[in-house]
Design a protein around this ligand. Structure first.
Ligand code: AMP
Ligand code: MN
Ligand code: MN
Ligand code: MN
Length: 287
């Protein structure tokens, strides 16, 4: 199917960023694969936050159904006071350097979740940590999304987006500062594991133009090679902006729904716009 030369490589329905219950997605890894298949995805990467525990199960189901599957991860990074996400694609998810780095990040997440729970208690939301844990299928991976779901379920706020706006973003009572991985470390772990590093949803960062330029300078200097041009988190204007950046910087381009679940994601698996035809798809290096 993929080897067919009749179709341009960039026309393949690739979706190279999504989440399962191993992080803050709603579907188990196996169910993510089945939904991707049903939606016509031809090349899928599962990229849970700071965790690769879903890769084996997803790869097994993908193999059974003949879906091309890429092992991935989405690593949390601190840069210029913002949290940046670096996706790794085509990783050896058993690589000891990567595994150790991710373990360290998850330990930090655990401590952070407790601090978020305490911060929410201070504004009268009791048992927030226990509530978040009820939504986190993986106890080692509590995300702000799990706190948000708990606040929605307990009737504090109507939906997850509103919870973020009122409680979970910087300046709001449930936000706690946290030091994630250094950019160079995250890119280094991905490369150690034989993967390609990708800047995830670049339009979502509140960085000055200078800091965004510096992010890409340092990312490329560290060996990063790709950027999500098409993302479920991008408008068409943002897509065009980062298509230009990919051209200027000579970066490979990725296409990614960032699907978490039906109720929370604007774009379903495999339903993103196509990549601009002149860009080199990152999957030219993965298939
Ligand atoms: P964390 O890694 O724990 O900081 O959680 C970040 C996750 O929360 C992201 O990957 C999204 O799934 C979710 N998230 C972040 N910002 C928002 C938002 N404004 N609305 C809805 N979900 C969000
Ligand atoms: Mn998420
Ligand atoms: Mn992200
Ligand atoms: Mn994501």
């Amino acid at each position: 199917m993929l080897s067919s030369s009749a179709r341009a490589l960039s026309a393949i329905n690739a979706d190279l960023h999504c989440h399962s219950t191993v992080s803050d997605g709603w579907l188990a890894p196996e169910a993510v694969v089945l939904r991707a298949l049903a939606n016509g995805v031809e090349l899928l990467a599962l990229t849970d936050h700071d965790e690769v525990g879903g890769i084996d199960a997803a790869a097994r189901v993908a193999a059974v159904h003949g879906l091309r599957f890429v092992a991935g991860v989405e690593i949390s990074v601190s840069f210029a006071g913002e949290t940046i996400h670096i996706v790794g694609l085509g990783i050896d998810h058993r690589d000891p350097t990567l595994v150790a780095g991710l373990e360290q990040l998850r330990a930090g997440r655990d401590a952070r979740a407790r601090r978020i729970g305490e911060a929410l208690e201070r504004v009268g939301i009791v048992d927030a940590l226990a509530g978040a844990h009820r939504f986190a299928r993986n106890p080692a991976l509590v995300s702000r999304a799990h706190f948000a779901r708990h606040l929605v379920a307990s009737g504090v706020m109507p939906d997850v987006r509103t919870v973020f706006d009122h409680y979970l973003v910087r300046g709001k009572p449930g936000y706690v500062e946290h030091a994630w991985a250094a950019l160079e470390d995250a890119v280094g772990w991905i490369r150690a594991a034989g993967g390609i590093a990708v800047v995830a949803h670049p339009a979502r960062y509140r960085l000055s133009t200078a800091d965004l330029g510096l992010l890409f300078d340092r990312f490329i200097a560290a060996g990063g090679e790709a950027v999500e041009v098409v993302s479920g988190a991008h408008t068409e204007d943002e897509m065009r902006r980062f298509a230009s950046l990919a051209r200027q910087r000579g970066l490979l381009a990725s296409r990614a729904s960032d699907f978490h679940g039906e109720k929370e994601s604007p774009v379903d698996l495999g339903r993103c716009n196509p990549l601009p035809a002149d860009l080199e798809p990152v999957w030219s290096r993965l298939v």
